[in-house]
Design a protein around this ligand. Structure first.
Ligand code: ADP
Ligand code: MG
Length: 290
């Protein structure tokens, strides 16, 4: 039978805004020594806004934004929301498809439009960001922006920079995780420069950036192979496999259904301090059983 203390702990979790899938989960929570945090929507608010549109030589900023906004209108990604709302137009969009962690493609006004990681456009579609825009891309990333490239008819027509902000409690939550003796790590599909900037802002030393959705689970497995007991905290479709792979999967309440389904715990308030609360709760609960 399930010890009474675990049931009480689970109920106490609910009061703290931590939804626990089963009483035994408190056991795995207690053993955790490494906490892997997704960046977008987990450490940051995930409410992105468009910071800049840079047209390639000979292209118009308005067109770049219009085509990008239309192509992104079918995506739920925070980057897509930022671009689509700034564009605020509705040209005819067909055949939308998204490549998770890479970008989107859609036919807009009869043209195949691609929006996504510059490296994805280069590798998959053989279109490169023009040399004239590369310096600007580096500057925008240095300033903490996530830069995506926009292409149609086989050419990159411009780049867009979107920015996000760190959640108010993220730094304090990271400090408290350290006080509990846990090692925090930042894991993201976003570029290295942005990842480093966010990590520095919240006090995380270990960073894995530019990781594709499938690679996120590989990072978790590699840590487990080192003997670490891993909690993964995430919100996106791209985090689902890593959340299921981790010893303890923790989903943000604001996250996608897939992330919540793949997880053991869900944080109602989407505040990282609740991760600290969950670990404290499991330690207290299990201490009373012995
Ligand atoms: P994170 O790990 O921070 O949640 P994702 O794995 O969702 O990030 O995305 C990684 C990268 O893939 C983004 O930084 C962006 O370059 C690209 N990307 C993902 N989705 C989109 C989209 N809808 N539009 C444009 N680019 C995208
Ligand atoms: Mg995310």
């Amino acid at each position: 039978a399930t010890p009474m203390a675990l049931l009480v702990g689970t109920a106490r979790g609910a009061q703290l805004g931590i939804l626990i899938k089963g009483p035994q989960i408190l056991e795995s929570t207690r053993r955790v020594d490494t906490v892997v945090l997704d960046k977008t929507g987990t450490v940051t608010s995930g409410r992105m806004s468009l910071a800049e549109v840079v047209a390639a030589p000979g292209e118009s900023e308005a067109e770049v934004l219009r085509f990008a906004g239309a192509a992104e209108s079918g995506s739920e990604h925070p980057i897509a929301a930022a671009i689509a709302s700034a564009a605020a137009v509705a040209p005819s969009v067909e055949s939308f498809a998204s490549a998770h962690g890479l970008g989107v493609q859609a036919v807009v006004d009869g043209r195949l439009v691609l929006v996504g990681r510059p490296a994805w456009l280069a590798e998959q579609w053989a279109v490169e960001v023009p040399a004239a825009s590369l310096d600007r891309q580096a500057e925008l990333e240095e300033a903490g922006g996530t830069v995506v490239a926009v292409a149609w008819d086989g050419r990159v027509r411009g780049i867009l920079s979107v920015t996000d902000t760190v959640k108010p409690n993220s730094a304090s939550a990271v400090a408290q995780l350290r006080e509990l003796g846990l090692t925090p790590m930042l894991l993201t599909g976003d570029n290295e420069r942005v990842a480093r900037a966010v990590a520095a802002e919240v006090g995380i030393a270990e960073v894995r950036a530019g990781v594709l959705p499938a690679g996120k689970a590989d990072v978790v497995r590699a840590l487990q192979a080192e003997g670490r007991v891993v909690a993964m905290v995430g919100d996106g479709v791209n985090d689902a496999v890593a959340l299921a792979t981790a010893d303890l999967g923790i989903a943000m309440g604001t996250g996608t259904d897939v992330a919540i389904e793949a997880s053991d715990l869900t944080l109602v308030r989407s505040d990282l301090v609740a991760v600290v609360d969950a670990i404290r709760l499991s330690r207290r609960t299990l201490a009373t059983i012995k």
